[in-house]
Design a protein around this ligand. Structure first.
Ligand code: C2E
Ligand code: CA
Ligand code: CA
Length: 759
């Protein structure tokens, strides 16, 4: 029995909407039947009462089919209505056999309900009708004699026939159920899988209807927005604790419901629960039915606040200088490019470079250097108008740019200089800081690079003129910069080559007045270019100082000079080497000299003379006397170079630990004819002598000058009169010649140089 039941369809499984459609169809058909039957009855009924009975039974069935609430009762009403129609039709046809076909039609129609109640009900009523009416009124039930004679047998036969017809409907119905169950199982399984994916994913997800009602959310979504476990009925997207910050942008809901494509947007929201601002990236996909109607929207939400913040921070970092908070070089160049392109007014660019910043850094330490840059940045921010671009380009270089009538840059540049008239407060102490300022004004149609270069060029000119001043760019300034750039490249190449070839030392003898012999030599560096040209220091020492390349260059000169001195040890008393202010300011300078001396054991360090200019002593932020003392401690001698060109005062000479004073050529030239020069030289010689210093007169070109110097008692001389600076091999030959002639005395023509030499 149970097996049979298992094999039969369960029935009643239609979904409401499907059932509703079928029921409507059958109810309409029933109503049509009723009408047709009534018309038919009017012509064929033997007694009007028959028609009344039929319609009287049919009408309540129809009303019940339409009005009842219970779906099964409504379907039974339809089934009974049809049963009445069929029975009535058979009766009106006087039991005509073909009228019975209607039962077969109706059983098929009722199978549409896929429910045992109307189906079985109709079958039962059919059999009961045939049996009952067959027995009571065979003439109106069966169309032939045999059936009319045995109505019960024929009622059973008809029942079996209708059942057989119905059997195939049952089979079809059962097969459909099996197929539907299988489809449902598949659907359930994929839904379960989807459900797991939906519920277990850490990505907050929500489904909402086209009306904005939230249909389902996953736990990640609930946790993220701190929603209750069960959302209140009718909870909508608008009820979420999120408010879109930028109201001008269309809401995600609108985009997702209007678009046929998946929507991917990142929006900023304010959380109404804690007030925080968050960035959410939402990917929303609309699911539509076959008719293209939107059924639901599935949204994944990723909180990208942290990433956004990080990106913003990175953008800030890229755009700003970490030390001063001003714009970075890159950001400045980009913004300047935009400003130049968009500004209706001329654009002024102000380029600043801190004077002697390297000494601040070296002497007071990088911490103080950084503090100076920060304090300077703060001061510039005050002086430069709001809205101007203000950046630190690199190291101690700053730049500002702003639109305005011509003269703006000059006015602000002067303001900057004035603002730095007072010292900067740095780490509790006050430090005087000055800057060199270059100003240019662009009138459109130029690149940021060009404008910056022009301002830089002007700044460089201000620096060369002594710093702490402003220079407005003019075309004439441009040339030296290009030369400077070329010179730097050349020097770098030379320094990376074989130094003995690319940067050889030339030597100029220093002649002793008393003996006429070569007492020592000044080493003067030269540069040999790749095409063999020899350049004097004028072409590269300046740039070496500016770029700091003077440090490796100076070390090479000292080492090379010591090597040569060792080579000429028995013929040359000493060698002097020029030391530039920048070199002297290097903290590593003294250790470097010590290192070179240590590499030449047995060499008397007093045979090394370091020539230092007055300006080096005056300009330097370093405590020079301390540094000179350390150098003296190493045993080397110090010469004060170019004496007489600077602020030299005789009293100042006293305070210096120099061993030698080198009188500048400007003092020496024309000495024989100028009694004023003679008296100054006299005084210097006397003072130097009394301080235990030796004196060398430089740039002696004329015999008359030399004679005057000799008469004044100048102990040593140097100049073209004796020899120009010579390459080492030529100087070597001259040393040999001088040695051989040492005893003969007098002035001789030097064959190699065409100059005269005291020998
Ligand atoms: P300085 O130290 O005053 O060197 C003397 C310069 O005067 C040399 O020029 C020399 O050739 C030139 N001179 C010598 N006698 C006469 C003369 O009778 N008449 C004239 N008109 N000039 C004379 P040089 O070699 O071109 O050097 C120029 C400057 O370059 C030097 O001036 C020195 O300040 C610098 N310098 C040279 N070598 C080095 C070096 O190795 N390191 C550093 N830091 N500076 C150097
Ligand atoms: Ca010198
Ligand atoms: Ca000199």
């Amino acid at each position: 029995m149970t097996r049979l039941r298992d094999r039969l369809p369960a029935g009643g499984g239609l979904r409401d909407e499907d059932w509703e459609g079928r029921h409507r169809l059958l109810t309409v058909l029933l109503a049509v039947c009723m009408v047709l039957l009534t018309v038919f009855g009017v012509f064929r009924a033997e007694h009007p009462a028959d028609l009344l009975i039929i319609d009287g039974l049919l009408l309540p069935g129809l009303v019940a089919a339409a009005r009842l609430r219970n779906r099964r009762a409504r379907s039974i009403a339809v089934a009974l209505g049809f049963a009445v129609s069929c029975a009535g039709f058979v009766s009106l046809c006087h039991g005509l056999t073909e009228a019975h076909f209607t039962f077969f039609i109706v059983i098929g129609a009722l199978a549409l309900y896929r429910d045992w109640a109307p189906f079985g009900g109709f079958l039962a009523v059919t059999v009961v009708h045939h049996a009952g009416f067959g027995a009571a009124d065979a003439g109106h039930t069966f169309g032939h004699g045999q059936a009319q004679a045995n109505p019960l047998v024929w009622a059973l036969l008809h029942g079996i026939a209708v059942l057989a017809a119905a059997g195939f409907h049952v089979v079809a119905w059962r097969l459909t159920e099996t197929e539907e169950r299988r489809a449902q199982d598949n659907l359930d399984e994929s839904q379960a899988q989807l459900g797991v994916a939906f519920d277990e994913t850490p990505v907050p997800m929500a489904m909402f209807g086209p009306d904005g009602r939230i249909l389902r959310i996953n736990p990640a979504y609930r946790d993220w927005l701190r929603l209750p476990d069960r959302l209140p009925d009718g909870f909508r997207v608008a009820d979420l604790p999120l408010v879109q910050v930028d109201e001008s942008e269309p809401s995600l809901m609108r985009l997702a419901t209007e678009s046929r494509e998946p929507t991917n947007v990142t929006r900023q929201y304010r959380r109404t629960d804690d007030g925080s601002l968050i960035w959410v990236q939402t990917h929303a996909t609309g699911l539509r039915d076959r008719a293209g109607r939107l059924r639901l929207v599935l949204a994944h939400c990723i909180d990208v606040t942290a990433t956004r913040d990080h990106e913003a921070e990175l953008r800030h970092q890229v755009r700003h200088d970490s030390l001063t908070g001003l714009l970075s070089r890159k950001a400045f160049e980009e913004d300047l490019e935009l400003l130049l392109a968009s500004s209706a007014e001329p654009v002024s660019v102000i380029y600043l470079d801190v004077d002697r910043f390297k000494s601040i850094n070296d002497e007071a330490g990088h911490g103080t250097g950084d503090a100076v840059l920060r304090a300077l940045a703060a001061r510039l921010t005050q002086v430069v108008p709001d809205g101007a671009l203000l950046a630190r380009l690199a190291g101690d270089e700053f730049i500002a740019a702003l639109p305005g009538p011509s003269g703006t840059g000059l006015r602000i540049g002067k303001g900057i200089l004035a603002s730095l008239a007072g010292p900067l407060a740095v780490g509790g102490s006050e430090l005087p800081v000055s800057v060199s300022v270059g100003v240019t004004t662009a009138f459109g149609g130029v690149s940021a690079e060009e404008v910056v270069l022009a301002a830089d060029t002007a700044m460089y000119a201000a620096k060369r003129a002594g710093g702490n001043r402003l220079q407005v760019f003019t075309e004439q300034l441009r040339v030296p910069v290009q030369e400077r750039i070329a010179a730097e490249g050349r020097l770098r190449r030379a320094l990376s080559g074989d130094l003995r070839i690319t940067l050889p030392l030339w030597f100029q003898p220093v002649v002793s007045t008393a003996t006429g012999r070569i007492a020592g030599a000044e080493a003067l560096v030269r540069m040999r270019t790749p095409d063999g040209e020899i350049l004097t220091p004028y072409h590269f020492v300046g740039v070496a100082e500016e770029t700091g390349l003077i440090v490796p260059l100076g070390e090479h000169v000292l080492r090379s000079a010591v090597d040569h001195l060792l080579h000429w040890s028995d013929r040359l008393g000493y060698v002097s080497v020029n030391v530039s202010p920048r070199q002297l300011a290097e903290p590593d300078f003294v250790p470097m000299v010590a290192g070179v001396l240590a590499g030449a054991p047995g060499l008397d360090p007093s045979r090394i003379v370091l020539e230092i200019t007055e300006t080096a002593l005056l300009d330097s932020a370093v405590d020079v006397s301390e540094r000179l003392a350390s150098l003296k401690h190493l045993g080397v001698r110090i010469a004060l170079d170019d004496f007489g060109t600077g602020y030299s005062s005789l009293t100042w000479l006293k305070s210096l630990p120099a061993d030698i004073v080198k009188l500048d050529r400007s003092f020496v030239a024309g000495l024989a004819e100028d009694p004023r020069k003679a008296s100054i030289i006299q005084a210097v010689l006397w003072l130097a002598h009394s301080l235990g210093m030796s004196t060398i007169a430089e740039g002696v070109e004329e015999l008359s000058d030399w004679e005057a110097l000799k008469a004044a008692g100048c102990p040593a001389v140097q100049g073209y009169l004796f020899s120009k600076p010579l390459p080492a091999p030529a100087f070597d030959r001259m040393l040999l010649a001088s040695h051989e002639r040492a005893t003969s005395g007098g002035v001789h023509l030097n064959e190699t140089t065409g100059t005269v030499l005291a020998g």
